[in-house]
Design a protein around this ligand. Structure first.
Ligand code: PEP
Ligand code: MN
Length: 379
């Protein structure tokens, strides 16, 4: 796939198919307005090695004058610029003759800023004590839902003691049934923040609606976009503007490409701190709640520079299947785990059957430490 950046206009088949099937809701509206179908709406401009900063900013501003949005990354002592927008009418041969410009080639994959073609090296997102996407694994754990003070503090203590660095817990819960517990809302966010702070943990929590983003961002370190909302484009725009890292779950029935296109929305709105989370997809299999697609880890790792973590709790839906799949995920190259832990799962208000007991979580972290060591990573 990396090679595709250079292979000019070869567009993956999926690109055309996406256009044809749902032209106004295909997740690419940001980029494709005004483009001939099949025209890649982004160019990659490589500057020469060690081109001075003045040259780089000059190239960037000239591209902006064409009305393009300009995204920049530095790799291997070279500035790389992705220019996104109406590229069709531009004389790219002229651009190639600008001082400091080495090459200008179309980015031949539908996701541009998310691609390794634009950004070859891994993105690392530092949150609290963990650098997500580095050799350090990100261990995120906590209840499905924040239920009350005692529950939140008990679980925070347990997961911190086991080695987690980020506490999870939903205050806004997307439930299949409107009669199920919907979360404690703002009060839940406050409890989660206090419980996490008491144990030196960062906070990841779900934001279900674009109108909740501002308030949730006051309490959370990472904003979770849930599987059901993966293609909620107004929410993706809002978290794109939030300035907070975003944990983007894969949709229940979404392809890897659709997932990456959703991440592209967040990056296109100016937020490059996206963590992808594989949480299982819906298949014909009914024994498990979802089918955890571990193939997605190496596939996404090749296509994208973004960190990928795995949620084996929703991926399996069954407590005693969580640990084996968590171990497999780390062995397969995941950058971390998001796991549901509850001190009293039999009475949990949501997802009790897939929640680990604190002791099980602690045992699992020990095993993860061993696997991490074997593959040159650490907890
Ligand atoms: C959750 O993390 O509790 C959750 C609702 O996850 P998902 O969006 O993956 O179903
Ligand atoms: Mn849950």
């Amino acid at each position: 796939m990396l090679g595709m950046a250079g292979s000019a206009r070869s567009i993956p088949e999926a690109f055309d198919r996406d256009h044809a099937s749902s032209p106004c809701h295909d997740g690419m509206g940001v980029f494709i307005a005004g483009h001939a179908e099949g025209e890649p709406p982004a160019m990659l401009i490589l500057l020469s090695h060690d081109a001075p900063e003045t040259v780089a900013s000059d190239v960037a501003s000239r591209l902006r004058m064409f009305g393009l949005s300009v995204h920049r990354t530095d790799h291997d002592h070279r500035v790389r610029i992705a220019a996104v927008g109406e590229i069709a009418g531009i004389d790219w041969d002229e651009v190639r003759r600008w001082p400091g410009v080495d090459s200008a080639t179309p980015i031949g994959v539908p996701f541009k800023l998310v691609s390794r073609a634009f950004h070859p090296h891994d993105t690392v997102i530092t949150v609290g004590r963990v650098s997500i996407g580095s050799d350090q694994l990100a261990l995120m754990a906590g209840p499905c839902a924040v239920e009350g003070e005692a529950q939140a503090f008990t679980i925070a203590a347990a997961v911190a003691q086991a080695g987690a660095t980020v506490m999870r817990g939903g205050a806004f819960k997307p439930r299949t049934s409107p009669y199920s517990f919907q979360g404690l809302g703002e009060q839940g966010l406050r409890l989660l923040r206090r419980a996490a702070d008491a144990h030196g943990l960062a906070v990841v929590t779900e934001v279900m609606d674009s109108q909740q983003v501002e308030m949730t961002a006051r309490f959370a370190d990472i904003l979770q976009v849930g599987a059901r909302n993966m293609q909620n484009y107004s929410l993706l725009r809002e978290v794109g503007h939030s300035g907070k890292p975003v944990l983007l779950k894969r949709g229940l029935a979404s392809t890897i490409e659709e997932w990456l296109m959703s991440a592209e929305h967040v990056l296109a709105h100016g937020n490059a701190q996206v963590i992808l989370c594989e949480r299982g997809i819906r298949t014909f299999e009914t024994y498990t709640r979802n089918t955890l697609d571990l193939n997605a880890i190496p596939v996404v790792k090749e296509l994208s520079h973004l960190p990928v973590i795995v949620d084996p709790s929703h991926g399996t839906g069954i407590r005693d299947k969580v640990a084996p799949m968590a171990r497999a995920a780390i062995a397969a190259g995941a950058d971390g785990l998001l796991i549901e832990v509850h001190n009293d799962p039999d009475h949990a208000l949501s997802d009790g059957p897939q929640s680990l007991y604190p002791a099980q979580y602690a045992e699992l972290v020990g095993q993860i430490r061993t696997i991490a060591h074997a593959i040159g990573r650490r907890v």
